[in-house]
Structure formats: C-alpha cells, structure tokens
Design a protein around this ligand. Structure first.
Ligand code: GRF
Length: 221
C-alpha cells in the first residue's frame, strides 16, 4: 500500500551571504516527511556564495540586486513579485542583510521567519557575539522568530542556548551558536509549516512539541 504524499509548503529562502543556514534548511527538506519544499533561494547580492551553493544543490536560485533599484520600496516590490511568481507560502530569512519595508513585512505577516544569532530580546542587530562577550553574559544563543516591521522583535518561535566559555572569542562563540542555528531553524520551520506554531498576540503558542526539560546553567555542574 502506498502512503499518501505529505502536503508540503512552498518555501523561499532569502540570503545575502554564505548560506550555511540555507544549507541546513535544504538538507532538512530532503527528508521525505519534512513539511516544506524549498522552491527558490533569492539573494539581494548576486555574488552571494549561498546562491552558488543553492544552484549546486539543484534549487532555483535568483539574484535580485538591490543596487539596481532606486529605493527600498521598488526593491521590495521586485522581491514580492518573485515570491508570488514562485507561489511561496513561507519565507525564511537566513542571513538576509537588508531591511524590509513595513509594507513588505505586513504583506508576509505570519508567513515570514528569521534566524537571529542571539537570545532575543537581548542583542538585536549586528555583532551579537562581540556584544555578548563585552556584556559578560554566561549564556548566549540563537532565536527563530516571526518577522514584523521592527527588526529582530517579532514573536519568538524557538531558541537554543549555548554556554559562553572562558577565553571565548567572537569567532569561537559564533561557531558554537551557528551549530545550534542549524538545529533550530529546520525544527522551527517544521513547526510553522505544520501549523503547530501559532501567533497569539506577541507570543507564539506551540502545540504538541517535546520540550527539553534540562535547564542549561552556566557556570554550573
Ligand atoms: C547567521 O548567523 C544568522 O543567524 C544571521 O546571519 C548569519 C548568516 O549565516 N542572521 P549563513 O549565511 O546562514 O551562514
């Protein structure tokens, strides 16, 4: 007896750089039971390393050079048109280094998610690992959240924590965080596509998800 095919959400990934998170999503989406199909990768930088990696993985990859547009509105309109053309249901920002207009974020509200390399609401913006080290926090991490008009502020779907260790540099700490980004981004995308992460006001209610019970305490035993 043949099992019925899983209905898969059409997903676009927006990038600007190397695309390691993009690769983790592409990898996850290869699994037969994964509820998302990555139908396009778009970069605002046509020379982004991640575009070549997407092409090599056999995924349609498109450069939409923001420098070719006179303002944010016209760039966002081109991006929006490409997403609609590809009949995308969910948009994943994965190292997409371009501010989006409120009009764009509103039109994709509840359907666009982002990965941020810090435990929001701490350390919004850039250089998060440097700032975490300067602040002397003992626990750092990463966050997947829904995108709203305000940068790095939308409802949080999932977070992973890592210890900050003695002698850490931004690079060492960043690498430890990145490993967790590659774990939680596919997991969060799964929840969203399965309709198990529902926005309730400023929070996300998650249905039937196995919650890790072991707290991470640093320094600790
Ligand atoms: C990641 O750290 C992500 O959290 C941040 O930008 C970086 C992109 O890295 N938004 P990559 O292109 O996914 O390797």
């Amino acid at each position: 007896m043949r099992s019925s095919p899983v209905s898969r959400t059409r997903v676009a990934i927006l990038i600007s750089g190397r695309g390691s998170n993009m690769m983790s999503l592409l990898e996850a989406a290869k699994a037969p039971g994964f509820p998302a199909e990555i139908v396009t990768v778009i970069s605002n930088r046509p020379d982004a390393q991640g575009l070549a990696r997407a092409q090599a993985a056999g995924v349609p990859a498109l450069g939409i050079d923001h420098k070719a547009y006179p303002n944010r509105e016209s760039f966002d309109a081109a991006l929006d048109a490409a997403l609609r053309e590809a009949r995308v249901g969910i948009v994943c920002l994965a190292g997409f280094m371009r501010l989006l207009t409120p009009r764009f974020t509103e039109s994709w509200s509840g359907r666009m998610i982002n990965i941020h390399p810090a435990l929001l609401p701490s350390f919004k913006g850039l250089h998060t690992h440097e700032r975490a080290l300067e602040a002397g926090v003992k626990i750092h991490g990463c966050t997947v959240h829904f995108v709203t008009a305000e940068m790095d502020v939308g409802p949080i779907i999932m977070q992973a924590a890592v210890p900050v260790l003695e002698g850490d540099t931004p690079e060492r700490l960043g690498a430890r965080v990145l490993t967790q980004e590659h774990v939680i981004y596919p997991a969060a995308l799964r929840l969203v596509c399965e309709g198990r992460a529902r926005i309730a006001g400023e929070r996300v209610a998650v249905d039937e998800f196995e919650v890790a019970t072991q707290a991470l305490v640093v320094p600790g035993a």
